[in-house]
Design a protein around this ligand. Structure first.
Ligand code: MOS
Length: 687
């Protein structure tokens, strides 16, 4: 790259991704593109029943296939120390908690032989009854103490029932969202080998430090006996935020056979074993005065988890943040079903929760005859509702106003079904967005190489976001040098320990450590500094920290075919300091694109009889293709928040998806006058 950038304005500049050339020329190596000598291949065997026990595994025929090395089952697989995450305790007992759970692993000299073996292994089961369907009146729903993210399951302030009963305007609406799948472009994959008692795993992960810790525990090793490398990762959307079966199976297969083993999940098996966004049934009740200000707000979420693990999609949590009311009641109910274990999917909680809340706000605005932007402006709270904490900064109003201006909102005729082009009805919609500011302690080191260049080391993960580029910008800015004077190594657990790329927290968490290391190096006489930000993070003052945004959308609905198409979308965000204009824009429009899929095409379902997901691959689970995505626009407002980390960013990875589905559903209502509350908004339901 011939471009040399000056120090001036390094932070915030649209620097090019450092690994971009390696990626587009195919030299960047992903987890299964490492092929150690004598590498063997693994292919897992998935349970074909939804609940029961394995009574036998017949592997004679499989082992007779040329190239066969081994079939691992719960009877012969290496014994593991039980991890905190039960979804990783594989091949240790005969139980089948859900369809798709792994019951065996085939290992062979070639990928083809391993796959043939896996198809040839005969597993017999003792089948038990199963239940995979959540309903709002499921008798086994219970109130969990905690929801994902460490939030209380239920929370209330004031007297919701009295406030709601007394409200001159009431809205009571229920919104259903199906299960959703992460489906990153690179499937979950791993290559593992043992070298003199040291376990090395190349893994497709959002956080190699966690994978290292978990593997050390499960295989009864010291952490220094485990190296996990995740140098390039083809997306994760939360599903790679925790270790997943491939790395455990590859390590087990390698230990059992004495050969390196690589294993990539077949895409059709991903929905069952890498987490999913749990389905939600959300009931919103809003009470409002004549001027639109809220007096009562209830957000009740019913969802499912597995019998293995309690994971509660925290969809009611954004209703604790967005708008004030005299009586607020937010809560979650969950039922343990014989389903795959749900987990994080981009903006867990906020994405589905803000869909329901922001559609309800649109319904309220419509019934009051109030502009939906104005309704939101009138309900922005002074302090965080319920907690009463001051906001570290709060610029939702600016996002709404700037978005309305850029979008041309003032020319909108609020009457539904008032714009027609032949068979098409056109409409526009708006929704607010929010995401919490999360930051975790990290370590990092920086070394002066004595020739004017510097070497930063940190186990950050670049899942396609541009993390290594942005962290180099942070370092260059603080060291007062040109960007190309900074070399940075990320993506290995042998580097200074760092938290995962998740919760939109990576840049803030890692950036804080890189910033601190560079500052200390500047102020010291030495040539190398290693820092830990634990005490800095713990010393943070008690503010309510959230990013906000406003999403605007225009759709067309074909009243003959029912097809909904997006004409344009605009997101305006207030997310603290934007550190790289290029990668930030990618994050915002990437999130908005995912929100477009959530609104219009992404749909999964559990088969009541067979117990598994029906939409397993990208032929059945429809993500937006290029032709579905118009020229999206993302902007941000300058936000200077002194109560964040020293780098000043709030996190941008997830806020783009939040709000987008509601903006589209609200636009569809404006287009047609038809209020479709359940997602996705497929043609069979429109018109
Ligand atoms: Mo994100 S769902 O926190 O990786």
């Amino acid at each position: 790259m011939a471009v040399s950038e000056t120090t001036e304005g390094v932070l915030g500049a649209p620097a090019l991704r450092r690994e971009g050339r390696a990626k587009v020329t195919g030299t960047a190596r992903y987890a299964t593109e490492h092929t150690p000598p004598a590498c063997a291949y693994g292919w897992p065997v998935a349970a074909t029943v939804a609940h029961g026990r394995v009574t036998g595994v017949e592997d004679g025929e499989a082992l007779a296939i040329p190239g066969a090395l081994a079939v691992l089952t719960h009877e012969n697989a290496p014994r593991l120390v039980e991890p905190d995450d039960p979804t990783l305790f594989l091949l240790q007992n005969d139980r089948v908690p859900h369809r798709g759970w792994y019951v065996a692993l085939a290992v062979a000299e070639t990928l083809e032989a391993a796959r043939e073996m896996a198809q040839t292994v005969r597993v017999s089961y003792d089948e038990e009854p199963h239940d995979v369907l959540v309903r709002a009146d499921h008798p086994d729903l219970y109130h969990p103490e905690w929801a994902n993210g460490g939030y209380p399951g239920d929370q209330h302030s004031g007297d919701f029932e009295s406030a709601y009963a007394a409200a001159p305007h009431q809205l009571d609406a229920t919104y259903d969202i199906t299960p959703l799948h992460n489906h990153p472009m690179e499937p979950h994959a791993s290559t593992a080998l043992w070298e003199a008692g040291h376990l090395i795993a190349y893994d497709s992960s959002q956080g190699a430090s966690t994978v290292c810790q978990v593997l050390a525990r499960m295989f009864d090793l010291e952490e220094k006996q485990v190296t996990v490398v995740a140098e390039h990762v083809g997306g994760g959307f939360g599903s790679k935020g925790t270790p997943r079966p491939p790395v455990v199976l590859a390590a087990m297969g390698a230990r059992h056979t004495g050969r390196p083993v690589k294993l990539a999940l077949p895409r059709r098996e991903m929905p069952a074993v890498v987490g999913h966004r749990a389905p939600t049934i959300q009931r919103l009740r809003l009470g409002a005065r004549d001027d639109g200000t809220l007096t009562a707000l209830q957000h009740d979420v019913a969802t499912h988890t597995s019998t293995l693990k309690e994971f509660v999609e925290q969809a009611a949590v954004p209703s604790r943040v967005m708008y004030g009311a005299d009586g607020i009641r937010t809560g979650h109910r969950v039922v343990r079903l014989d389903v795959p274990t749900p987990s994080w999917m981009r903006a867990p909680g906020e994405a589905p929760g803000m869909y329901a809340l922001e559609c309800a706000m649109d319904e309220l605005a419509h019934s009051l005859g109030l502009d939906p932007v104005e309704l939101r402006l009138r309900n922005i709270p002074e302090t965080e509702p319920e907690s009463g904490k001051p906001f570290s900064s709060h610029h939702l109003a600016d996002c709404l106003r700037e978005g309305a201006r850029r979008f041309g909102w003032e020319h909108r005729d609020p009457r539904p079904a008032s714009r027609r082009e032949g068979d098409l009805l056109l409409g526009t919609g708006v929704a607010a967005s929010t995401y919490p500011v999360i930051v975790a302690p990290s370590t990092a080191s920086v070394q002066s190489m004595g020739d004017g260049t510097y070497h930063v080391r940190i186990n950050a993960t670049d899942i396609g976001t541009g993390a290594r580029t942005v962290l180099a910008q942070v370092a260059a800015q603080e060291l007062g040098v040109a960007l190309d004077a900074v070399r940075i190594d990320v993506g290995s657990s042998d580097l200074p320990q760092a938290p995962l790329a998740g919760g939109s927290s990576g840049t803030a968490s890692w950036g804080w450590a890189v910033h601190k290391a560079c500052r200390e190096l500047r102020e010291s006489d030495g040539s190398i500094v290693t820092v830990d930000t634990t005490s800095d993070v713990e010393a943070q003052e008690d503010y309510a920290r959230h990013a906000f945004g406003a999403l605007f959308a225009e759709v067309s609905a074909d009243m003959v075919t029912g097809e909904v198409r997006v004409r344009r979308m605009l997101g305006v965000f207030a997310a603290g300091r934007i550190l790289n204009a290029r990668t930030a824009r990618s994050q915002f429009i990437g999130g908005m694109t995912m929100g477009l899929g959530m609104a219009l095409t992404e749909h999964s379902s559990l088969d009541a009889r067979l117990g598994g997901f029906v939409q397993k691959d990208l032929a059945g689970y429809h993500v937006p293709a290029n032709a579905d995505v118009p020229d999206l626009d993302a902007h941000w407002i300058e936000e200077h928040d002194p109560h964040l980390n020293p780098v000043g960013g709030k996190g941008i990875g997830e806020i783009g998806i939040v709000g987008t589905p509601a903006a589209l559903a609200n636009a569809l209502h404006h287009a047609t006058g038809q209020r479709l509350r359940d997602l996705p908004l497929t043609p069979d339901r429109v018109g």
